[in-house]
Write a protein that binds this ligand. Sequence first.
Ligand SMILES: Cc1cc2nc3c(=O)[nH]c(=O)nc-3n(C[C@H](O)[C@H](O)[C@H](O)COP(=O)(O)OP(=O)(O)OC[C@H]3O[C@@H](n4cnc5c(N)ncnc54)[C@H](O)[C@@H]3O)c2cc1C
Length: 283
Amino acid sequence: MGLADELGAAGADVVAVAAGEALASYSTDAYAATLAAAIGAHEPYAVLVPSTPNGRDLAARVAARLELGLTGDIVGLEVDGDGHLVQLKPAFGGNVVAPIRSRTLPNMATVRPGIFEALEPDPSRSPRTLDLDVAAQDPPRVRTLEMRPAPDGDAAALDAAWAVVCVGMGVGGPAHIAELDGLRDALEAQYACTRDVADAGWMPKQLQVGLTGRSIAPALYVGVGVRGDFNHTVGIKRAGTVVVVNNNRRATFFKQADIGVVADWHDFVPALVRELRSAMGHP
Ligand SMILES: Cc1cc2nc3c(=O)[nH]c(=O)nc-3n(C[C@H](O)[C@H](O)[C@H](O)COP(=O)(O)OP(=O)(O)OC[C@H]3O[C@@H](n4cnc5c(N)ncnc54)[C@H](O)[C@@H]3O)c2cc1C
């Protein structure tokens, strides 16, 4: 299945195709010129760009070029009674979610990957395709000298995981993380972490969940030593059952957890692993 068909199956009625040597790999100049020209020619209602490193770079460049407002990193969208697109963006350190309406058209925003649930693909849909003009490019001002893959830290496995064990600062240090391997293995889970854990260098940044990290949707999330700050929990809005292990009964996370365990994880996790293993017939 080609990309256009894949997008059609996912719900697109029209797929605009821009093909050309200059677009073979991402470059700010070529992508921004093509997208800006397409917006000018087709005057869409809204332009939504994923909030990935390339997407943020592209959206900011195009918005500046077309003198459009841009809402960065939104976590929700609504259409109000007047047909305005309301863009929901966490503000004041995540304490409020601010509704934002653009003064310029098209509405333009970057959207956190993973924040919306994809439709069930319908392969019987076939989209109309539209060929975009790929404008002649000025010689690029930026040249890629070398491409090096970033260390992945199993981020792809985290995105697809049915269960996730999330490591918070309460785990106590990088040396203790291996003590959670038994829980991870018993649940066939993947590891994630909070920003403070990633910033401390205990785990790779790619495994950070939350406002400035990934949004994940596992059926089971187990937070160990995680406080449950909004900036973290916004990344697990689509998680199924949320289990929280924290030794502070006043931890914010307990307000949101489906199952809250007030305990020192050193005591609780080994006991839980023993129970899980015996329930699964592994003594
Ligand atoms: C703009 C902005 C964006 C941010 N983006 C993100 C983001 O994307 N993701 C993210 O995670 N954070 C993000 N943060 C940081 C966030 O606000 C919190 O500071 C962070 O999530 C806290 O991490 P933590 O819960 O691991 O650590 P802490 O706040 O230190 O909490 C540790 C918890 O562990 C508990 N604990 C301690 N010892 C034990 C024990 N032995 N057993 C059980 N529990 C124990 C404590 O009671 C405490 O609740 C962002 C902040 C800002 C300002």
